[in-house]
Design a protein around this ligand. Structure first.
Ligand code: SF4
Length: 103
């Protein structure tokens, strides 16, 4: 039996793969937003903790999901805030497995 794939079928597969690859970042972003609105994860499930050292610049205050508290300046840094993905009050000096740097 010949192992033959027609050119048309191969091009269809290529087009499907390319469109799926192009859409996946958009879908992931939407899923993250939907998760943020409806289902936040527990801090323990993502190993959230306060980091006492520099941690290579990886802390909630530098994360794209961090929402600062209302106070401005140093007061805001001390009061902390919330997170789009993780439930509860979040310190700007915290860190978890979902960290993503701001762009
Ligand atoms: S590091 Fe984790 S807890 Fe902190 S803001 Fe980012 S996602 Fe939220």
């Amino acid at each position: 039996m010949a192992n033959f794939v027609s050119r048309r079928r191969w091009l269809k597969g290529l087009a499907f793969t390319a469109s799926a690859a192009a859409l996946s970042p958009l879908l992931l972003r939407r899923a993250a937003r939907a998760t943020a609105v409806t289902h936040k994860v527990s801090p323990a499930s993502v190993q959230y903790r306060i980091v006492m050292g520099p941690n290579h610049g990886k802390h909630c205050g530098m994360c794209r999901y961090f929402i600062p508290g209302r106070a401005q300046g140093m007061g805001g840094m001390c009061l902390g805030g919330t997170c789009q993905l993780v439930a509860g009050p979040i310190s700007p000096m915290g860190y978890c497995m979902l960290f993503k740097p701001r762009t």
